[in-house]
Each structure stands twice: as C-alpha cells, then as structure tokens.
Ligand binder design. Sequence first.
Ligand SMILES: NC(=O)c1ccc[n+]([C@@H]2O[C@H](COP(=O)([O-])OP(=O)(O)OC[C@H]3O[C@@H](n4cnc5c(N)ncnc54)[C@H](O)[C@@H]3O)[C@@H](O)[C@H]2O)c1
Ligand SMILES: O=C(O)C(=O)C[C@@H](O)[C@H](O)[C@H](O)COP(=O)(O)O
Length: 541
Amino acid sequence: MNWEDMPVAVLIGMPGAGKTRVGKLAAQILNLPFTDADQEVEQRASRTISEIVREDGEQYFRKIESDVVCRILHCFKGGIFALGGGSPMTPDIYDALMQYRHQGGIIIHIDADPEEASARAVHGLKRPLLENNAKQRWMELYEERQPVYQSLATASIPSHGTTPKMMAQRLADVLKERVVHVSGVEPYDVHIGPGATSRLRILLGNETHRVALIHTRTVQRHADHVRSLLRQAGYVVSDITIPDAEAGKTVQVANGVWSRLAEDGFTRSDAIVGVGGGAATDLAGFVAATWMRGIKYVNCPTSLLAMVDASVGGKTGINTIQGKNLVGSFYTPVGVLADIRTLCTLPRDIFIEGLGEVAKCGFIMDQRILQILEEQVDCLCHFDGSVHNDRINDIVTELIERSTIVKSRYVSVDLKESGPREFLNYGHTLGHAIEQIEHFSWRHGQAVSVGMVFAAELSNLMGYSDQGLVKYHRELLQSLGLQTSWSGGSWEQVLEVMHRDKKTRGSQLRFIIIDRIGHPLHLNNPPTDAVHAAFERIRSE
Ligand SMILES: NC(=O)c1ccc[n+]([C@@H]2O[C@H](COP(=O)([O-])OP(=O)(O)OC[C@H]3O[C@@H](n4cnc5c(N)ncnc54)[C@H](O)[C@@H]3O)[C@@H](O)[C@H]2O)c1
Ligand SMILES: O=C(O)C(=O)C[C@@H](O)[C@H](O)[C@H](O)COP(=O)(O)O
C-alpha cells in the first residue's frame, strides 16, 4: 500500500455509534474528504444494503463490501473513511486494516455506549442484520465485535456523555497529533497533541484490570480527566496523590505507593499511569519499574519540561540525601501521551524553566530549535497558557516534537547510557549540583541553564570553542528568562557533589561539552584548574 494514497483515518465501531456523523463533522473541521463504506457499497450495487442482503444474502453483501473497503483503503488519499459495523469481522478486511495500521494508518474506534448506541441503532433504521429482536441482537454483536475493534484500533473515542460535535472535535485533535517513535528493544511512541490521552485504553489493553493513577494535587484537573477516561474504559482506578515536585521523588513516597499497590491488589498484569511534571513521572516510572520487578506504565506529562524530556527515555528514579536521581532504573513506558492542553494551567515560570531543556536539545543536536527560540522569544516569554491560540499551539508543539526527536535519537541507540545518551546530560553535571546544594529551591531547568553556560566556558577554557559560543549561550538563555549565573554554594561543595554525578568514573570527572552547535563531545577528566576556572566564570556576572 502506498502511504501517500491512504486515508488519514479509518473509523470503526458498532452500528449506531455515530461513525458517519462524527466522521463527516471531523472532515469538515479539518477540511478533508469523507466517505462511508455502506454508501459506497450501495452505490456500486445500485441497491440499498437491506435489498442486497434480502435478495442475495449476507455473504454476497460481505463480498461486495470487502472489495469496496479494500479498494478504498488503497486509494482514498487523505480522507476520513467510516466502515460499516461488521466490516472488520470479514477476514480480508481485517487483514487489510492490519496492513494499513502497520504502515502508519490511524484506526479510530468510536466506542459506543451500549445503551445509547443500541437504542439509536434499533430506532428507525434499515440495518438488516438487526432485524428480529434488534436490541438483543445488537448486544450479541457488541460482545463479539468489541475485542476485534480493540485489537485493530490505534485510538478510541468513547461516545458516553458526549455529543457528535464534541466527538468530532476529539477526532480532529487526534488527527492533528504529532507522533515521535522511540525505537530500541522496547519501542514505543510519544503522542503530542490535544487528543493524546485518547490512546490510553489502547496502550493499557484488555489484560490490565487495575490502574494506579499517580499525580500531584497541582494537576488535579488533568488527573480527573484521565481518571474519567480510565473508568469509562472499564479499569478499576486507584487514585494516588503524591507530594509536589522533588518532595515526591523520595524513597518514603515510593514506599507509600508500594503499600497502596499491595493493599489494592495490584498484580503483574496491572498498570501505572503517571500524570504531572517530570518529578511525578520520574516517581511513577520508578514505582512501575520496581513493583513486582516491573509492570506496565504510561506517562502523561503536564509540564513543558516533562513533555520534552522527563517523560521520554525510560530514566526513572528518586533522589537521596546525597544527590539527585541517585537511585533508579532504565525502564521504558509503553507510551507517552503529551496532551498539550494541560499546559493551560502551567505557571509561566515553570514553562520558562522547561525551555532550558528545549535549548539543550538545540545546542546538542537541532539548530532549528535555537532559531525558533530566537524568533519566538517574545511569544514564549509571555506564555500565559493559551495553547488554544493556534500560533502559540503550533510553536510549542513544534518545539516539543523537535526536542522529543532529539531525545529519541539518543535513547533509541543507547537506552542504558553507555555513551551517546550522555550527550543529553549537557549542562547537568553542575545543574544537578546546584539543585542539590540549593535544596531544590532552584528548578531543574534553571539549574541546567547555568550548567550549560558552565559547560560552554569549560569548552572554551579547554580550547574546543571560542568565547562567541559562550556569549551565544548567555544571550539566548537570558533572553528566554533563564538563569546564567549562580552565586550559592562553594567550590568545595560543588566538587564533592559533582563527584557523585553518574558520568563520573572512579575519581575522574566527566563532562559533556560542545565545540560548535550540534556537535557534543565527551570531556574526560579535565584538569581541576580548568573546571574551577569555568566555575568562577559562572559566578562573576
Ligand atoms: N527522567 C528523565 O529523563 C528526566 C529528564 C529531565 C528532567 N527530569 C526530572 O524532572 C523534574 C523536573 O520536571 P518539571 O520541571 O516538570 O518539574 P516538576 O515535576 O517539579 O513540576 C514543576 C511544577 O509544576 C507543576 N505542574 C506540572 N504540570 C502542571 C500543570 N499542567 N499545571 C500546573 N502546574 C503544573 C508541578 O506540580 C510542580 O509544582 C526533575 O526532577 C528532573 O530531575 C527527568
Ligand atoms: O535522558 C537522559 O539521559 C538525560 O540525561 C536527560 C536529562 O535532561 C535529565 O535531567 C535526566 O534525568 C538526568 O539524568 P541523570 O542520569 O543525570 O540523573
């Protein structure tokens, strides 16, 4: 199948679920063509479906339907295609849909509420397969078809408690989504966009019975939304609130969550969903990695920093008194759902902090990120959560997508950080020391920003780059509202903490520096004088 010629989405679901209505409305919103398999069959046969079934039998109808669906799947370029309720049950259609899905096709399950949809389907319709005791027949078909729909779908949109208009908007959101693939031993996707959480059911699957929803109070509203999606999908949800920010990344908090999982009977087939900033997703991932030696988890990041960095890549962990992230594990989520609507409640200073990690991705790999930051500095610095504004939405989405691509490139080749992945630690050797010494009153992104200026100074002092590169770091980061100097702590304290950095080998400090934009290097065991001199340069502003 040629990717270019495929529909942008195929809608599946029970009769009466609203596939045609919702599909048409979404197509209008997105200005895309729409077609419906039943209509196409009727056109081709010049008869209604009822007539075909009555005159020639269901098998004959299924044969025409199969020809029509397989043809449209190959040639309905860029449109939305709604299938008849029973279509996916035909083996040829099922196989064609699987092939479409494997080639990146989007299959949306319009997940009917049985009561509503059966009433609608039974009412006033010409659905031949529902004749004679229609409601009971609908329910039987539902039991039979639901697992098949679920096995095919890449996202599901529940119909319960919504209107066709709302569902169409959700569908349009899902179709506008960006997807970044993280490959490696356990590949997964990062979905970025307003409809991203509609993937939850698909990611968690049918085996999962219980879901622990781990979140902080600050994101209660977003956790409520996720909880209702999980409940609608039939999961038993344990709602677990953890302390905010770094206070949540402790062994005591992890222990509290483990106890709760035990009380609520979590087994290996159950799952964790982390909703919040990077601290919450680090803790949720750590609990998932350790409970029964590892259960499935999904990250739903709600801060910019968590979207561009913390939720992706499988570094999970907690802090100890001795240092940041000293205990943890590499453990990959089954998926990351970055619903950018959650940014609407993010305070501006925390949004700005996230730009520190975005800039890092620009410095180490993607120069276009730096250009966007320069061009959009005003808009970004005045961020007020208005992600419904198309311009801001597009800029923020592009920055998240590009940063995630940078992260995924390193993580895909080096999950356990034996080499290239360390480049993602640019600015972190000093950054983590600052956070630690300041007892986490400095936010991660701000500390990393100073750490990047320090690394640029070190690169210059070691002869890898000129002062122009250092100046560029300072000017860009300052223009975004990020810190570039730090006057806390002492050199001795910093040195001691940096020796506990995970890049250190034995007594030898190791740093990540760049010699030009997009070209990171390992700097192993530099002279202490140079490290000290670089440290003095970030204090002398
Ligand atoms: N695992 C990794 O690869 C990785 C990568 C980068 C950072 N991190 C970790 O992530 C953490 C930093 O992440 P962070 O900047 O998101 O910090 P954070 O989790 O502390 O969140 C910052 C603050 O914003 C609040 N918040 C988050 N989303 C919100 C929303 N939508 N509305 C209102 N408030 C919201 C949080 O509750 C918190 O108070 C650090 O612990 C850092 O070590 C991990
Ligand atoms: O994913 C990585 O690898 C990173 O280094 C990303 C960093 O931005 C992130 O802050 C990470 O948590 C740091 O990890 P650590 O191993 O230095 O604790």
